[in-house]
Design a protein around this ligand. Structure first.
Ligand SMILES: Nc1nc2c(ncn2[C@@H]2O[C@H](COP(=O)(O)OP(=O)(O)OP(=O)(O)O)[C@@H](O)[C@H]2O)c(=O)[nH]1
Ligand SMILES: [Mg+2]
Length: 268
């Protein structure tokens, strides 16, 4: 076993946890926060995705939250969603190399390049995903929907410390997000508020435990946004767009399990 920590051997491969969301919402900062708070108890690795640079990996390395060699960059050269959803090969190779070089790892965090509201990870790449919004993007973003907002394993409403400066009602934003997610977990968070950081860490520990015990099933948020056309159609909120093509023919995937999403999931 490599690594300086004394851990019991795990029978499961590392939990692969994706972090997606629009540009600048705080994905790298959230990963840095997780590493800073969990590195003493979990063996961690990080893969970052940037289009043209390795800026995020360099930022994380300079933050000193993990040994540098455990943070690796994938330069996608294309739209972020291409590399995390349509052709995941570069990312899969990077994850497998990292897992092999530092075996055994407990969690590999994978940061998507910043994209728009439609980008989600393929369940072939990650076991679970966090979608990150921030209050500075506007209080109404949670109502705008999209697969990440609606169906990521955890939705983070980040930078709550900035809410007073951008006139955003955090409680309302969280209520809107919770409604858009059928009750699946939403975490209002600021890295400056340790109580919220503790909740993020607790959720991550819980998810890892579920993964190790074989109780976590990766689900596909799907590339399609939920939408409705008239009040009262909430029961037909999710439409079957499978016939219309979509990314890699996967459109419609993940829509059938909507009723069960969020059941028993808590930000503890
Ligand atoms: N006030 C405040 N600023 C934050 C918080 N989290 C992140 N930031 C700031 O938000 C900016 C963007 O953070 P990043 O972590 O680089 O965001 P990102 O989503 O990784 O950005 P891209 O990878 O470029 O899409 C930086 O200036 C951070 O310091 C927070 O909780 N509170
Ligand atoms: Mg980043």
């Amino acid at each position: 076993m490599s690594g300086s920590n004394d851990h019991a051997p795990s029978t499961a491969r590392a939990l692969r946890l994706g972090v997606a969301g629009p540009v600048g919402t705080g994905k790298s900062s959230l990963i840095a926060t997780l590493c800073r708070n969990l590195a003493d108890e979990m063996r961690l690795g990080v893969i970052t995705n940037d289009i043209y640079t390795d800026e995020d990996a360099r930022l994380l390395r300079s933050a000193g939250v993990l040994p540098e060699e455990r943070i690796r960059a994938v330069e996608t050269g294309a739209c972020p969603h291409t590399a995390i959803r349509d052709d995941i090969t570069m990312n899969l190779i990077a994850i497998e190399d990292l897992e092999r070089d530092f075996a055994p790892l407990d969690v590999v965090l994978v940061e998507s390049g910043g994209d728009n509201l439609t980008a989600t990870f393929s369940p072939g790449l990650v076991d679970a995903q966090i979608f990150v919004l921030d209050v500075a993007g506007g209080g109404d973003v949670a109502r705008k929907g999209g697969p990440g907002i609606a169906r990521a394993d955890l939705l983070v409403v980040n930078k709550t410390d900035l809410a007073p400066y951008v006139d955003v009602d955090v409680d309302q934003m969280v209520a809107d997000a919770t409604a858009a997610r059928n009750g699946a977990p939403v975490l209002a968070m600021s890295r400056k508020d340790q109580g919220t950081v503790d909740r993020l860490c607790a959720w991550t520990r819980w998810l890892h435990e579920e993964h190790v015990r074989g109780r976590h099933t990766p689900t596909d948020p799907g590339p399609m946004a939920p939408h409705f056309h008239a009040p009262g159609e909430a029961d037909r909120l999710f439409h079957d767009h499978g016939a219309s093509g979509g990314a890699g023919g996967r459109s419609g995937a993940g829509q059938t399990d909507e009723g069960g999403r969020g059941q028993g999931r808590h930000v503890r």
